[in-house]
Ligand binder design. Structure first.
Ligand SMILES: *Cc1c(COP(=O)(O)O)cnc(C)c1O
Length: 501
C-alpha cells in the first residue's frame, strides 16, 4: 500500500513516510493510492474487542508495519486511558414507527472527552514506530492548529514523549472555557500552547504555511528538527478513525437486528471533514453504508457544496455553540475530491489553487459532483439544535453535546424531508462529552445562568446525574501554564524562536 499526494507529486511513499511527513511536498494531502477492501468478513469480527478491530483495519492501510508493531501501537492506545472497556460504546435510541433506529456512537470516552482521542491516543505510537522503521534520528516538532479538541488530545498524546516538541495554536476567542483550560494547564517539558487572534482557518493556514516554507524547513533540518502534524491532514489521524465505524456496524450486527448486508446511514457533525471522510473510507472498504449525512452548523459551507457543487468560503463566519465545527476551509475535503475525481490530481490541484486564491471553486458537471450524491448535506442553527438537544434529553433521558446535537438535528430533518426516505438505521457520531460544552448544554436544557463554565459542570451533573469525565474534574484549580496569546502573523517566528533557540 502506497500513498501519494492529492495534487500530482508523483512520489509514492509508505504509510510510515506519510505519517512522518504529514503534508506532501506539493502542499497536497497524502491519500492511499487505492482504498483497500476488507480482507475479512464483518461477521468474523463479532465478539472482537475494539482494539482487535482497530488492528485489523490498521493492517489494511499500514502494510509496511509488521503485525507486531500494529498490535503494540493499538494495545498502548486503547487501554485504561478510556473510561469504559468498550472504548466506543454504541447507544441505541429507538425511533417511533419504523423510522429506523438511531445509534449514538460515543467517541468521547478517552482522556480529553472528545473524539479526537480515538486517533490521537494511537498517533504518537504510530509516529514513533514509523521513525524507528525509517531510521530517522531527528527531533520531531508536531504542529497543531485546533478548533479546541485536537489541541488537547494532541497534548495528551505527545506530552513528554521523548524526541518531540508539541505546538498547539487555538483561536483565543473561539473555544469553550473548558477547552481553553484543558490546553493551558497542560504539563510537560515539550509543550507549547498559544492562543491566536484569529479563527481556526487562520491557525490552520498559518501552520500549513510553515510546512511549506522551504527555507525554514532547511534551517530546522540543519539543527536536526523535522516538522510533522497532529491535524487530520496527517493520514495517521484518519486511518484509526475508520475502525470505529466498522466496530459500530459489527455491534449492530451482533445485536441481531440487521439482515445480511443491510445498509446503515452514518451521520457526522462535521468541521474539517476528517471524521466523515473516515466513514467514507469505511464504506469504500466494504462497510454497508448507504448515505453519509454531513451535518453543519451556521457555517454551512459543506451543506451548500454538497447541494450545489459550489464551494464558497466567501461568507460570514459565525461563532456558534459547536465551536469545533466553526470552520470554512475543510481540509480533508481535498481527499474526497481526489477519490471522487477518480484520482485526477491535476483537477484537484486546480480546485485547490482556486480555493487558495479566490476562496471558491465549482465542480458542476464533473464526476466529483456526481459522487457527491452519496452524501446528504444538512445544517442546523443554534436555536433548532438546542431545542432538539433538550427534546432528546427530556424524552429519552439521553444527554448529548452541542456538536452531536447538530448531527441529531440534521438527521431529524433528513427523516422528515427526504422524499424517498430509506428507513435505514443510523449511526450518529457522538463527538464530545456534554460537559466539554457545559455552558451551552445547560442553557439548551433550561438550567439557570452561572458566571463560569465550571459552575455549569456541577449544575449539569446535579441535574442530569451523568458523571463528569475524570479529565475535567478539578480543572478549574490547575495552574495556568500557557496563558499566552500571539498575533496570527507571529506563528512562524514563534515556532522558529523555540525550535532554533
Ligand atoms: C473536531 C470535532 C468535530 C469535527 O470533526 P472533523 O473531523 O473536523 O470534521 C466535531 N465535533 C467535535 C466535538 C470535534 O472536536
Amino acid at each position: 500500500m502506497k500513498y501519494i499526494s492529492t495534487r500530482g507529486d508523483k512520489k509514492e511513499v509508505t504509510g510510515s513516510q506519510a505519517i512522518i511527513q504529514g503534508l506532501a511536498d506539493d502542499r497536497g494531502l497524502f491519500v492511499p493510492k487505492e482504498i483497500p477492501k476488507f480482507s475479512f468478513s464483518l461477521e468474523s469480527l463479532i465478539g472482537k474487542s475494539y482494539k482487535d478491530v482497530a488492528v485489523l483495519v490498521l493492517k489494511e492501510f499500514l502494510t509496511d508495519f509488521t503485525d507486531e508493531e500494529i498490535e503494540a501501537c493499538a494495545s498502548a492506545a486503547y487501554d485504561e486511558k478510556f473510561d469504559t472497556p468498550e472504548i466506543a460504546p454504541l447507544v441505541r435510541i429507538p425511533q417511533g414507527g419504523n423510522l429506523g433506529d438511531v445509534y449514538f456512537l460515543e467517541l468521547y470516552h478517552g482522556k480529553t472527552a472528545a473524539f479526537k482521542d480515538m486517533a490521537l491516543s494511537i498517533l504518537p505510537h504510530l509516529l514513533m514506530t514509523a521513525l524507528a522503521k525509517e531510521g530517522v534520528d531527528k527531533k520531531i516538532a508536531i504542529l497543531t492548529a485546533t478548533s479546541g479538541d485536537t489541541g488537547k488530545a494532541a497534548l495528551e498524546g505527545f506530552a513528554d514523549v521523548k524526541g518531540t516538541e508539541i505546538f498547539v495554536f487555538y483561536p483565543k476567542d473561539g473555544v469553550s472555557e473548558i477547552q481553553r483550560r484543558q490546553m493551558i494547564t497542560q504539563t510537560g517539558a515539550n509543550v507549547h500552547v498559544f492562543g491566536i487572534d484569529g479563527n481556526f482557518d487562520d491557525a490552520q493556514t498559518a501552520v500549513k504555511d510553515v510546512f511549506n516554507d522551504v527555507s525554514l524547513g532547511e534551517r530546522l533540518a540543519s539543527e536536526g528538527v523535522l516538522l510533522s502534524s497532529a491535524n487530520s491532514i496527517n493520514i495517521g489521524r484518519l486511518v484509526p478513525q475508520v475502525a470505529y465505524y466498522v466496530k459500530a456496524y459489527v455491534d449492530i450486527l451482533a445485536s441481531g437486528v440487521l439482515d445480511e448486508g443491510e445498509h446503515i446511514n452514518v451521520c457526522v457533525p462535521t468541521g474539517n471533514f476528517g471524521n466523515i471522510l473516515a466513514a467514507y473510507y469505511a464504506q469504500q472498504m466494504g462497510l454497508p453504508i448507504e448515505k453519509l449525512i454531513c451535518a453543519s452548523n451556521e457555517n454551512k459551507v459543506l451543506t451548500d457544496f454538497i447541494n450545489t457543487g459550489v464551494y464558497d468560503a466567501r461568507r460570514e463566519f459565525f461563532i456558534t455553540s459547536s465551536p469545533s465545527m466553526d470552520i470554512l476551509i475543510s481540509s480533508n475535503l481535498e481527499r474526497l475530491l481526489y477519490h471522487l475525481s477518480g484520482g485526477d490530481t491535476s483537477e484537484v490541484a486546480s480546485l485547490m489553487k482556486s480555493l487558495d486564491e479566490s476562496r471558491y471553486y465549482d465542480v458542476s458537471g464533473t464526476a466529483i459532483r456526481e459522487g457527491l450524491s452519496g452524501f446528504y448535506g444538512g445544517c442546523s442553527d443554534m436555536p433548532l439544535t438546542h431545542i432538539r438537544l433538550k427534546d432528546l434529553f427530556e424524552k429519552e433521558d439521553y444527554l448529548v453535546d452541542t456538536h452531536t446535537a447538530v448531527a441529531y438535528s440534521v438527521h431529524a430533518d433528513y427523516v422528515q424531508n427526504v422524499v424517498d426516505f430509506d428507513y435505514n438505521k443510523t449511526v450518529i457520531a457522538s463527538t464530545a462529552s456534554a460537559y466539554k460544552f457545559a455552558g451551552s448544554v445547560a442553557a439548551a436544557i433550561g438550567l439557570p445562568d452561572f458566571d463560569n463554565d465550571f459552575d455549569y459542570l456541577s449544575a449539569l451533573n446535579a441535574w442530569t446525574g451523568v458523571p463528569v469525565p475524570l479529565g475535567l474534574v478539578g480543572l478549574d484549580r490547575k495552574p495556568l501554564l500557557h496563558d499566552e496569546s500571539i498575533e496570527k502573523s507571529a506563528i512562524k517566528e514563534t515556532i522558529e524562536r523555540i525550535l532554533l533557540k
